[in-house]
Design a protein around this ligand. Sequence first.
Ligand code: CP
Ligand code: NVA
Length: 314
Amino acid sequence: MAKRDLLSLWDLSAAEIRALFVRAAELKALRAHGERPLTLGGKTLGMIFEKASTRTRVSFEVGMYELGGHAVYLAPQGTQIGRGEPLRDTARVLGGYCHGIVIRTFGQEIVEELARFSPVPVINGLTDLSHPCQVLADLFTVWERLGPVAFEPGPGSVRFAWIGDGNNMAHSWIEAAAILGLDLTLACPDGYDPDAEVLGRARKEADWRAHIDVVRNPVEAARGRNVISTDVWASMGEEGEQGAREKAFAGFCVDEQLLGLAARNVMVMHCLPAHRGEEITDAVVEGPHSAVFTQAENRLHIQKAVLERLLAPG
Ligand code: CP
Ligand code: NVA
């Protein structure tokens, strides 16, 4: 059987995403009862991290351990990756030891090259372009809170908003909306729109029910919405633009006033880490609408489901 990668959400069908939710819920319930299905016994995951991480690193490492497998963390410092060994060589070498590779890096093309040369599945743990594992966790968080009806057309269907940078997280949300047929409005400041190719593909290949809009006004995006997501204004690698971005993103803070325009039961999402007082207020992160810590926990459950699907298919 050909190996399967998860380089972006386009690597999954709507039916596969729904199946991942079901399995993640099972795995979450088993864990709550202290049970550990050892579905990945004897398997090892290589984890290349060229950027910082708390959630992604720990949830993959714990996930492998809890499924009976093992994970090996590889930072540039202390490995030959940092000394310039070509990724295509690393891909084949790791493929001789490991049953899967997670990579967090800069360009999406780096992940694609790794996948091209790796004989084992490659999982995108965040690039500048996308963050599929996080958005799977976010979607699962909505699914478990509101039920499968949240993703069906009709009166119970959920209306999503993205407020902030048209960044890696926004791109994965756009892909999710296209694949699952979601209603998503993004509010991004002028100059910080999502990537035109990401939007173009989403619009071209979208499920017929999908509705994807980009607007400039956060109020317009938030009004009546059931789920509002945001993220930092300057992502990893963009720290030098912090000052300019603070100016451009004025008015884009997810605060209680903005939430007042959303649906009564609105869920607020942030992938974390957050800059409280910039893109989101402390009161909203700590408030009754916040789903941020459930999202963070759900990284573990959904990624276990992903690992089972890719590393132990069938
Ligand atoms: N949300 C997320 O990916 O967090 P980390 O950067 O801590 O992995
Ligand atoms: N957009 C953020 C997400 C961090 C999880 C970044 O890329 O830094």
